[in-house]
Design a protein around this ligand. Structure first.
Ligand code: AMP
Length: 401
């Protein structure tokens, strides 16, 4: 069955989308509407027919969807003639709590389920819901599918997802590790298994999604058994502006110095990580340039970033007790050979033999960057969360499963 699937990633002030022809996963159009509900809204789209840019007021997500409809069906540079040619929508939803271990067809109870997770992801789930509602207005009765960032991590065992806090916090408030970037970890794990020639259900991997947000997953027999992000995407690795793991007592200490809960929230989520340490930028590429030019704090930020990842690699090798490959993905993992070298050199005693020459020569494509005889392979696998969402949507709408 052929189907055109429209994939959405809705933030509070932006809508990103891609239209695919399924089942082959061919991209027909991609675009975005930025600054929804703000001044200076801008919409753009690329397709084989050309590029479109609109600069006009977009007061809310419904208006954003109306602009997207116009761009997709534009008579000269659009990708389709009519919205009737879109058969289903797939939506990135950040938090599915412990209710969803796979993508699902959206109905009233799923909308309620997503709303119930609003407290756990106040910045993400409400705009995801707004986007779903707006997409429902595109064409009456069009199937809508939700793909949760948390779903892949629902196989974590209790010992990995429970915090050592009073148990009633888990029972009363669902305080536990959920993990995020699940669609990306699942996608690159399947690609890596294919590359290695190992069945997905038998593969053991450590997947590293390193972008502006960073997370790692330990995958045993195709199932996620641990991941670095927690109740929220703040825990774990050092990120562009997020601190990752810190001693929680730092918060009490700073609270007593006069910082409010909101101050601390902003500090840990938006002013920490690479930006906080370097005082220059949250961007890996700029920091590599600054470090090369002799900036000490840029070097320090990159060192701390890589050191944290190395610690997680060590701990996940212990968790898995046998690992086929370490997989690097995300903007940094896919592109920065320099950062990959800092992370992966000198892990030989753990069976991870990094090949510096292969790494440098790889450039920006997929491939292997370990030595030919390395017991644990190292693979670079570009992620594609949108196509993964399109595939889930196609599977669920065409087969009902
Ligand atoms: P993402 O959030 O996956 O788009 O990744 C963004 C991060 O990838 C930023 O820190 C960028 O600096 C980094 N990045 C993207 N391209 C490159 C590159 N060619 N070299 C180094 N870092 C890169």
């Amino acid at each position: 069955m052929n189907m055109n699937v429209l994939v959405f990633n809705c933030g509070s002030s932006s809508i990103k989308y891609k239209l695919y022809s399924m089942p082959e996963g061919r991209e027909l159009a991609s675009g975005s509407v930025e600054k929804v509900g703000e001044t200076g809204s801008r919409a753009k789209q690329k397709s084989a027919a050309g590029e479109i840019v609109f600069e006009e007021a977009v007061p809310d997500h419904s208006a954003g969807l109306a602009v997207i409809r116009r761009m997709l069906t534009d008579s000269s540079k659009g990708a389709i003639r009519d919205v009737a040619e879109i058969h289903a929508c797939g939506h990135r939803v950040v938090h599915g709590g412990d209710q969803y271990s796979d993508s699902v067809l959206i109905d009233g109870s799923v909308l309620d389920g997503i709303r119930e997770c609003n407290d756990l992801a106040p910045l993400h789930n409400p705009p995801n819901l707004t986007g779903i509602r707006a997409a429902m207005e595109l064409k009456e009765g069009m199937p809508q599918v939700a793909c949760f960032d948390t779903a892949f991590h629902q196989t974590l065992p209790e010992k990995a997802y429970l915090y050592a806090l009073p148990y009633e916090l888990y029972e009363k408030y669902k305080v536990r590790r959920y993990g995020f970037h699940g669609t990306s970890h699942r996608y690159v794990a399947a690609k890596a298994a294919e590359t290695l020639g190992v069945a997905t259900a038998q593969v053991n991997l450590i997947t590293c999604h390193l972008g502006n947000g960073c997370s790692m997953a330990a995958i045993h027999a195709g199932h996620c058994v641990d991941t670095s992000m927690g109740l929220t995407p703040l825990e774990g690795l050092v990120m562009g502006t997020r601190c990752g793991d810190i001693d929680p007592a730092i918060l009490f200490y700073l609270g007593r110095k006069g910082y409010s809960v909101d101050d601390l929230d902003t500090m840990l989520n938006r002013k920490s990580g690479l930006l906080g340490i370097s005082g220059i930028s949250n961007d890996n590429r700029s920091l590599c340039e600054q470090a090369a030019a002799g900036d000490r704090r840029a070097s320090l930020a990159l060192d701390i970033f890589a050191y944290r990842i190395r610690k997680y690699i060590g701990s996940y090798l212990a968790v898995l007790n046998g690992c086929h490959a370490i997989v690097m993905t995300g903007g940094i993992g896919e592109n920065s050979s320099e950062t990959r070298e800092t992370i992966l050199s000198n892990l030989d005693s753990l069976g991870v033999h990094f090949d510096a020459e292969r790494n440098r020569a790889l450039g920006r494509v997929a491939g292997e960057i370990s030595t030919a005889n390395s017991p644990v392979k190292i693979l670079v696998v570009p992620t594609d969360e949108e196509v993964a969402i399109a595939r889930d949507t196609y599977r669920i709408v065409s087969t009902g499963a």
